[in-house]
Write a protein that binds this ligand. Structure first.
Ligand code: ADP
Ligand code: MG
Ligand code: MG
Length: 886
């Protein structure tokens, strides 16, 4: 079994086996780019190790063979005392998990080879001892779980003894002293000396990378990002190159375009005389990549050439890590880079313009979740709010909340329902919980590529990094900025686009993308690259998609907004709200009616009100289909709560008032009380029990349509009967409705369809029969999920869903994204059997799932005609329907 691949043997499509880092190192090697030689141990070896607890047979021998050939190529032997080869041992899973896994640099150094390394570097003792202390630190922390603070503490001590903050001020003797201190720390915590044998260092480091797959924070990150738990990580063993050899050396990171905005240009950070993580750890302040041109023009030009080459090759934004060793450029990593939602749209548009991808591909480079993010509101700034600091806009959005300084406090306050902003000097992987809990993240150190920035962007969470005017004091739980002191619990607002920080809560306004959807921004005539690109991609999605997109709207105003957002009809117009407010009294009269006469009076009073509501909606939709659902919830929902009513009656009786009416109401409420209202007298059952109720609604709908048409307008009503479980229910309602419609419509030319919601499992399972009496089905996936699983949406989320998510019983709440295996199967059966019984049966969905990206793909695949969702989700559904179709 082949467990080890030389870089020259791999390529970018082998991410499953070699991990992202290994596959891309191989790709760059084969492109002829300057990559230090090395090899990759496969994810299969990792998986075998994790299941059996030991390295698989043959692995050791294969590593030996590849190490030997690496040694031959480099002309050096691992850890050779006179002329050592050093390597890095780097984790790299299929999906990049920033900061989650472990890397050890300078493997192969020991008390003897440190001298050889110095000689190799022309007697550069400082460099050699710096490299050695880094090895002990990284090895101690990641391989042997020595607390990292202890090393940092020792380093700080030496620095303060020297009276400096800059690690560059430490000389060779200081660093030699530091190595001694580190070794003591190592021995104290592990009960053994720091391993001097190079091959043992290597093997232990490889094993530690394997183990890091199951580190707590890696597990947490995977759960967040929905990365499968069983992929394992690959391990890359790479010959070391040194950015810490002096001022003509250094290390950096770069993006081929701005990952925040998508703008073209040169984006990156560089740090001279530094190694590895120094750039992202915010240890010293980095310089913008452009300044490398002054420091080392040859390497700079070469780097820009390579970046252009990588973009053309990957046809996408790439991010890279590089090191310069004494004027020689080395590429250490590349991958298709993470980006903000805005950058995703802008870059997709640019790549089309550059001829690198077509519009179909552009549509795949963005998604509905990103579009939803771009529809978040922005800060509305006036003179009242002045920024107190400006950092780097690391991850966009507008977030306000109470300041907290620790991950634990963030989690605590968020659990109490508070919006919090996590403020740190810089974040590290241990802050992950707090970052998840926070509304936004604010750091005083680190650039666009810092841990905080990268992780926040990945989570779609607002982040301002490197706001260096902030003096953050975590133990004292406060930060100062200028003359202001901000304590834990004070409110701040951060703008992840501009990087600005405000005191207090800044009000918000609609984003430019929403302004575009509202028709307030002309996409053909704006210099806003994002709006232009969104428009272009949406237009393509609309042309590509088969699914129509409707909206859930109960009022003219909602309907109008949804149309501006692109809705092609109303898929769910609820009529419940038409019974609320000052109409409650009429409903009470209806419920309390002692005879047919009183009931008819009450219904007659409701009729014109309902008709007026429908006229407004039909006008607004101007001939687009409008599905009106007849009244669904149990009637007692329209009456006052039992306890309150009982108290009122008692008090009034005490005072000797006339309470005949209240007593009747109370009796009605008692009579109508249900233990399980969700499964009680509601939907079609109401229509069958209360004479005249559905008839009144049907009449109001038909009369409204006729009124609009007589006025020269258009109306296309579809009457939807809720909660049907048996075709007989629908047939009964239908017979009466058809009679009324025929009577009202006359020769007006109005056509009214009658159909049903499929939301009771029995309806899905008898869809063939029900289709005989229905011109359309609309899947009510909220109820179908409740009844399919047998749990109530209103009760379960807080009660036990968290546990189900934790245990992996759900990957995501089935109310958020449709459970395709179970509830989805019901949809599939009903669609197939319904269409078999009645070809041309219209099929739609009107649950919350209609606006969920994954669910939209499922509904496309099942062959529905349309989805319907809330107005703000309409653009998301349009985009995803387009993506599903190509
Ligand atoms: P991560 O996945 O956290 O980025 P990496 O494996 O990329 O971890 O390594 C951490 C740091 O060490 C990076 O800055 C990387 O460029 C640097 N590094 C890794 N291998 C080498 C090497 N062989 N020579 C020099 N620097 C290296
Ligand atoms: Mg890296
Ligand atoms: Mg329902």
């Amino acid at each position: 079994h082949k467990y080890v691949y030389d870089f020259a043997e791999g390529n970018k499509d082998l991410k499953d086996l070699l991990g992202g880092k290994g596959a891309n190192l191989a790709e760059m090697t084969n492109l002829g780019l300057p990559v230090p030689p090395g090899f990759t141990i496969t994810t299969e070896a990792c998986k075998a190790y994790l299941t059996t607890g030991r390295e698989p047979d043959g692995l050791a021998a294969q590593i030996e063979a590849h190490l030997e050939s690496l040694e031959r190529e480099m002309g050096r032997r691992l850890g050779d005392p006179d002329d050592p080869l050093l390597v890095s041992v780097r984790s790299g899973a299929k999906f990049s998990m920033p900061g989650m896994m472990e890397t050890v640099l300078n493997v192969g150094l020991n008390d003897r080879s440190v001298v050889g390394l110095s000689n190799q570097a022309g007697g550069n003792d400082r460099f050699a001892w710096d490299s050695y202390r880094r090895l002990i630190q990284m090895f101690g922390k990641t391989v042997c779980e020595v607390p990292g603070e202890e090393f940092e503490h020792a380093l700080d001590e030496i620095k303060s003894a020297k009276g400096t903050h800059n690690d560059l001020d430490l000389d060779a003797d200081d660093l030699r002293g530091l190595v001694d201190a580190y070794k003591k720390i190592f021995a104290k915590h592990t009960g053994r000396e720091f391993p001097q044998e190079p091959r043992e260092q290597l093997d232990l480091a490889i094993r530690a990378v394997f183990d890091s797959w199951n580190a707590e924070r890696a597990i947490l990150y995977r759960r967040q990002e929905r990365i499968p738990a069983d992929l394992g990580t690959a391990v890359n063993v790479v010959a070391m190159v040194f950015g810490n050899l002096g001022p003509d050396s250094g290390t950096g990171v770069a993006f081929t375009r701005d990952p925040g905005s998508g703008a073209q240009g040169i984006y990156g950070d560089y740090l001279a005389n530094a190694q590895g993580e120094d750039v992202v750890a915010g240890i010293r302040n980095t310089v913008p990549l452009q300044e490398l041109e002054q420091l080392d023009k040859t390497s700079y030009d070469q780097l820009l050439g390579i970046m252009a080459r990588l973009e053309e090759h990957y046809k996408d934004l790439c991010d890279i890590e590089f090191t310069i060793e004494r004027g020689k450029l080395w590429m250490l990593q590349t991958r298709v880079g993470k980006r903000t939602a805005a950058a995703a749209f802008v870059i997709a548009g640019q790549l089309v313009d550059e001829g690198l991808i077509d519009l179909d591909e552009a549509l795949h480079r963005v998604n509905g979740a990103q579009l939803a993010q771009l529809m978040f509101p922005r800060f509305q700034l006036d003179h009242e709010f002045e920024a107190v600091a400006k950092g780097i806009g690391a991850s966009p959005g507008a977030a306000s909340g109470k300041v907290v300084f620790t991950s634990a406090r963030a989690v605590e306050l968020a659990a109490e329902g508070e919006a919090v902003i996590l403020v740190r000097r810089e974040t590290n992987p241990d802050d992950l919980n707090g970052m998840i809990a926070a509304k936004g993240i604010l750091t005083s150190r680190g650039g666009k590529t810092s841990h905080a920035a990268v992780v926040a962007r990945g989570m779609g969470k607002t982040c301002v990094s490197g706001a260096d005017e902030l003096d953050v004091n975590v133990p004292a739980k406060r930060f100062t900025v200028g003359d202001h002191v901000v304590n834990e619990g004070d409110v701040v607002s951060i703008d992840g686009t501009t990087g600005k920080v405000y005191l207090g809560e800044v009000p918000v306004m609609p984003s430019e993308v929403v302004q575009y959807f509202e028709g307030e921004l002309d996409p053909e005539n704006t210099d806003d690259a994002l709006v232009r690109s969104v428009h272009r991609i949406m237009t393509h999605a609309d042309a590509a998609r088969r699914l129509r997109v409707r909206t859930n709207a109960d009022t003219g105003a909602d309907a109008a907004r949804a149309r501006r957002f692109g809705a092609e009809g109303i898929g769910l117009c609820r009529t419940e709200h038409m019974f609320l407010g000052d109409r409650r009294e009429l409903v009470e009269r209806l419920i309390l009616a002692s005879g047919a006469r009183e009931r008819e009076d009450a219904l007659a009073a409701l009729l014109p009100l309902q008709r007026a509501d429908f006229i407004e909606i039909f006008r607004e939709m101007d001939g687009l289909p409008v599905t009106v659902r007849l009244i669904d919830p149990p009637l007692h929902e329209f009456l006052p709560p039992l306890e309150q009513l009982a108290v009122n009656v008692a008090v009034a009786q005490e005072r000797g008032e006339d309470v005949a009416k209240e007593e009747a109401l109370l009796a009605a409420v008692r009579r109508m009380h249900e233990e399980n209202p969700m499964l009680g007298l509601r939907g079609v059952r109401l229509g069958l029990v209360i004479p005249g109720l559905f008839a009144m609604q049907v009449r109001a709908i038909a009369e409204a349509a006729v009124a609009v048409v007589r006025d020269g307008g258009k109306a296309c009503p579809e009457i939807m009967v809720p909660l049907v479980g048996a075709v007989q229910e629908l047939e009964t309602v239908r017979a009466e409705a058809e009679r009324i419609i025929a009577e009202v419509v006359g020769d007006s030319g109005v056509e009214v369809l009658i159909g049903t919601m499929i939301e009771v499992p029995r309806a899905a399972l008898t869809a063939g029969q029900i289709a005989e009496a229905a011109e359309f089905f609309s899947f009510g996936t909220n109820d179908l999920t409740q009844m399919g699983w047998g749990f109530s949406r209103d009760d379960v989320e807080g009660a036990f869903f968290w546990r189900y998510l934790e245990l992996g019983i759900f990957g995501i709440s089935p109310f958020e994204s449709i459970d395709t295996d179970g509830v989805g199967r019901l949809v599939r059966i009903a669609a197939e059997e319904g269409r078999a019984a009645r070809p041309g049966l219209k099929l739609g969905v009107c649950g919350e799932h209609g606006g969920d990206p994954d669910s939209v793909h499922f509904f496309h695949e099942v062959g529905l005609d349309y989805v319907s969702c809330s107005p703000f989700r309409v653009p998301v559904a349009r985009l995803e329907a387009g993506r599903a179709a190509i």
